[in-house]
Each structure stands twice: as structure tokens, then as C-alpha cells.
Write a protein that binds this ligand. Sequence first.
Ligand code: HEC
Ligand code: HEC
Length: 293
Amino acid sequence: MPTKIEKDEVTGVETTGHEWDGIRELNNPLPKWWVYTFYVSVAYAVIWWVLFPAIPFGPSATGGLTGSETRDRVLAEIERVEAERATVRQRLVGAELSYIQDDPTLFTYALTGGRIAFGDNCAPCHGVGGTGQLSYPVLADDDWIWGGTIEDIQHTIQWGVRWPDFEFDTRFAMMPAFGADGILTREEVDQVVDFVLAMSGRADEADPDLIEAGAEVYEWNCASCHGDGGEGMHVMGAPALNNQIWLFGGEREQIWQQIWNPRHGVMPGFAERLDEATIKMLAVYVHALGGGQ
Ligand code: HEC
Ligand code: HEC
């Protein structure tokens, strides 16, 4: 292979002298700035190797002179945040519920933690933000079955309602099956349904004669739990009947069904599943949804 350096006639560029089958290689050197940048990068890489962890070595990597580790920095940061959080959590566990609401740091922390825990544990039944659904009460209104003070709410969350792992503190009350168990006749059930409709502000859907007869049935059989005026009773877990908020539906047929053969809601108790701080955060969060008393 001849190695004669000469000038290419077409481009005027020098050849390298290499030639294959009549094809000659032109000598177009890289621009100087590029070459120097390249050398600087090489030098930089070498310095980096020496100073910082760089070359994979078994399960880890060479340490470098500085011994700097981003992982260490992240771990330190996590530790710092956790320590900070542990103090807030500890204060939360120690604090009275009402005090938490008055302490801006604790309150904000509880609201945030409560919202997350609510999404994980409660939203499937109560809806995101406590909007409720048929058979699962709304938690964002001020109509409470078992009471809406922050202590009441905490109690319900902790011990549940009719939860089969029955604990002394689990909320428990049973509406009798007035029809199915033959406590009332079909006629009396029909009467009291119309009375309940009237009590909830829908007298126009009810028969005045039935309302009158139903009032007596109500007084004898229902008032002890639902209150004389249908205002409900927290200790009995009896919902108010004098409003338009229905747990099991407000259609005539649904009300009839509930009196004939009642359904009973079950709410799990969370005492064993969630720690004390989380239950407190949930109570603060639910109370702040809008209906807390
Ligand atoms: C499996 C479904 C289910 C889950 C999960 C659930 N609940 Fe409930 N919850 C209910 C039912 C049903 C009731 C109504 C019980 C009744 O009929 O008295 C209820 C009642 C309540 C009440 C009382 C409402 C009132 O008006 O007095 C509160 C407060 C409450 N739940 C909060 C929560 C919180 C907070 C969580 C999550 C930690 C949660 N619930 C998880 C089903 C559930
Ligand atoms: C021993 C107490 C008790 C008595 C007596 C009682 N109830 Fe109830 N009632 C309840 C409870 C508790 C519930 C809620 C069940 C639940 O939350 O799962 C309820 C629920 C209802 C509901 C459904 C409310 C809703 O929001 O969907 C209606 C309607 C009702 N009762 C009507 C009556 C009528 C009418 C009588 C009398 C014939 C009566 N109840 C007697 C305890 C009682």
C-alpha cells in the first residue's frame, strides 16, 4: 500500500497517504476546541475516580479519597425527618384531642396524616372525603348516628359498631325486627311508615289517617330509641328520622323494609389495626370534614 501524502485536487485537503483500491483518505483533523474539551473531560474523569466512589468493586464501589456517599446523605436526611416526626407523633399520642385542634403544628400534621389514613382505611366504605353511600353514613355532615364530638368519633373508629370481635367498648344497639318478629302487625307497620314520612317533612306523600294512627305506634315502639320528635339518640345509635338524611334509603319501600326487618350497619373497630397516633389523626380529620360538633 503506497503511503504518499499529497493534496486532493477536488477539495484541496491533504490526504493521509492511505489508499484502498483508488479511494484515498483525506486528513480532516478534529477542531482544536473539541480535542481540548476531550482532554479536559478525561482529566476530570481521572480526578473524579480518585476523589469519589466510582469503580464498581464487589457489592459496593471504590471509596475515593473523600469517602463521600450520596446514600449516606440521603440516610442522614431520612433519619433527621423521622426523628422530627417521632417527636410530633409522640406529642400527638400524649395530647388531649381538643388540645391537638388548638396547636397549629399538631393540627396540620394530624389533618395530613388523617387524610392519608382515611384514604387507605375508610374511603372504600365512606367514600373519598367521607361523602358516604347507601348503608355507609356520610361523615362530612352534622347528622351523627353515634355522636359527632371528636371524642365520640375517636371512640367509633377505635372500637367500631356491631363489630363481631365484640369488645366492651364496641358500639352496639339493635333495632327490633318489628314485622318479621311479629311485634307489630302489617297494618301498624304501614301506619308508622306514613308517620315517619310525615316526620321527615314529606306529609304530602302520606295518608293523614295513617299518620295519626302511626303517631301512636311510634310513641309506644320507636320513641325510646329515635326520640319523641324523631331527633335520634346517640347512645342507642338510632339515626334521626326527622330529616332527609337516610342511611338505608328514603323511599317508602326502603323505610318499610327497615321497620319490618331492619338492616344493621357494621363498622370495623381499628384499635388493633392502627396505632394510637393514627386513630387520633383520623378523629381530627373526620371531625374537621365539616360536621364535627
Ligand atoms: C367495612 C366498611 C367500613 C369501613 C372500612 C369503615 N367504616 Fe365507618 N362505618 C361503617 C358503617 C356501616 C357505619 C354505620 C354504623 C351504624 O349503622 O351505626 C360506620 C360509622 C362510622 C362513624 C359513625 C358515624 C356517625 O354518624 O356516628 C364514623 C365516625 C366512622 N364510621 C368512621 C370511620 C373511619 C374513620 C374509618 C376508617 C378508619 C371507617 N369508618 C371505616 C362502615 C365502615
Ligand atoms: C332499640 C332501639 C330502636 C328502636 C326501638 C327502634 N329503632 Fe329504628 N333504628 C335503630 C337503630 C340502631 C337504627 C340504625 C341501624 C344501623 O345503623 O345499622 C335504626 C334505624 C331506623 C331507620 C333507618 C334510618 C335511616 O337513616 O335509614 C328507620 C326508618 C327506623 N329505624 C325506624 C324505626 C321505627 C319506625 C321504629 C318503631 C317502630 C324504630 N325504628 C324503633 C334503633 C331502634
